[in-house]
Design a protein around this ligand. Structure first.
Ligand SMILES: C[S@@+](CC[C@H](N)C(=O)[O-])C[C@H]1O[C@@H](n2cnc3c(N)ncnc32)[C@H](O)[C@@H]1O
Length: 244
């Protein structure tokens, strides 16, 4: 399990960004739409009656899923109570749970689990898939892969430590260990910011700051004064697993 301090850092960062998240979550919205499109075109025998959204954030993915499955019963969960409250403002007639999805003992069973750009914050996707596929007939998710934030990582290499992400091959192996991989895809989303500082402000509004721990602040401050444009790439893996 991620050390308690790291989990707390993730939770606090997302809690602080709950009100600004939607104003910058362009990639998350595109990725949610792609994940739901994949679900729609994957042969799932009957429309799911019960859907669980893991790491729901402000509800973007569930709202997208509701376009395909308006009649389903939704349960949304997130480690941040502030994020869950943002979802509650938009989504009525759903169940909401504030929990660490890695530790939580889900009481119910679901036809479909969905999760967009959340599991990269987990300590062990492997353990989580083993658990969640006991509760979900299908689990459709997206997560970051190792090529993500290439320029940013290069720029910050002498300033601190970045979280590592798995390769698509590693993710394929993990998925196949836990069930039948019905569909997968990869996509790159690119963003450009006027300055490096603007890209840091973007991450703060998104709440995605716990993946970098600063060490050399002198280097960091000089990079923050950099006036060049900053490119940001998200390399995303999408997978739909059918449990055994
Ligand atoms: C980048 S946001 C994605 C939110 C949403 N799925 C979307 O597409 O907009 C990641 C979310 O995962 C949540 N999260 C991180 N670790 C979690 C955990 N262990 N259990 C539940 N939620 C978690 C965060 O609080 C945050 O809301």
């Amino acid at each position: 399990m991620k050390r308690a301090a790291e989990k707390e850092k993730i939770k606090t960062a997302f809690a602080g960004a709950a009100e600004t998240y939607d104003s910058v979550a362009e990639v998350q919205a595109l990725s949610s739409a792609h994940l739901c499109e994949m679900i729609k075109t994957t042969m799932i025998s009957a429309p799911p009656g019960e859907i669980l959204d893991v790491g729901c954030g402000t509800g973007i993915t569930s709202l997208e899923a509701m376009k395909i499955y308006p009649g389903a019963k939704y349960t949304l969960c997130d480690i941040s109570g502030e994020m869950v409250r943002e979802s509650e403002k938009k989504i009525k007639n759903a169940q909401f749970i504030v929990c660490d999805a890695e530790k939580y003992d889900f009481p119910g069973n679901y036809d479909l689990g969905i999760s967009n750009l959340a599991v990269q914050w987990f300590e062990s996707l492997d353990d989580f898939l083993g658990k969640i596929l006991k509760h979900c007939r299908y689990f459709a998710f997206s997560t970051l892969t190792d090529g993500s934030f290439f320029n940013r990582k290069k720029k910050l290499e002498n300033c601190g430590v970045f979280s590592e992400y798995p390769s698509s091959e590693e993710l394929l192996n993990i998925c196949r260990q836990h069930g039948f991989l019905r569909k997968y895809d990869t996509k790159r989303y690119n963003l450009r910011f006027e300055t490096f500082r603007a890209s840091c402000e973007y991450f703060k509004k998104l709440g995605a700051t716990a993946n970098f721990t600063g060490k050399n602040y002198e280097n960091l401050f000089s990079i923050l004064r950099d006036k060049h444009a900053a490119d940001l790439n998200y390399d995303v893996f999408f997978g739909i697993i059918e449990g055994r």
